[in-house]
Design a protein. Sequence first.
Length: 115
Amino acid sequence: QVQLVESGGGLVQAGGSLRLSCAASGSIFSGNVMGWYRQAPGRQRELVATIVSGGSTTYADSVKGRFTISRDNAKNTMYLQMNSLKPEDTGVYFCNYKIIPFVYWGQGTQVTVSS
């Protein structure tokens, strides 16, 4: 079992920044993939960014150049630095941990960007 706890969400004006954190605990193994997803009201959950344990990253086109995903394997913690935030970035942000064949989710943290 893996437990994921997100923090760092909040209310920010457009153009502002937030940093999300995801602390993982439990049975953590190398070779995992962690990621951030978000879900806006009335919309499906969508991928924001992923990072593998070796450090390779992927980003949704909508956040490239504005968001940076990183991780500290020693602390079992993942981060999402969000800059130049837009109202369309508003949603609940979820932390995700994958190690085949298992997938775990955090409870989510709300990010609200006002215009």
